[in-house]
Design a protein. Structure first.
Length: 69
């Protein structure tokens, strides 16, 4: 789902985070990411537009992104 949706939105930056990686702990803490899957949508200024669970199917996830795109 993630890869296919990522290809549909070439102008959107997608980042995958490993919760167990020490180098990403601060970003997980900043956005309250404790489990996966989890998505955070930010605007161009870094303001949080959405922080929570993703829609779990490809079309639903694309629609979810489209709400903020």
């Amino acid at each position: 789902m993630f890869g296919a949706t990522k290809r549909k939105f070439s102008d959107v930056t997608f980042q995958e985070i490993d919760l167990d990686d020490e180098s990403t702990k601060s970003i997980c803490q900043k956005y309250g990411v404790h489990s996966i899957p989890h998505v955070v949508f930010l605007d161009g200024s870094g303001n949080v537009l959405y922080n929570g669970g993703p829609n779990r199917d490809e079309d639903g996830f694309a629609a979810q992104i489209g709400q903020y795109h």
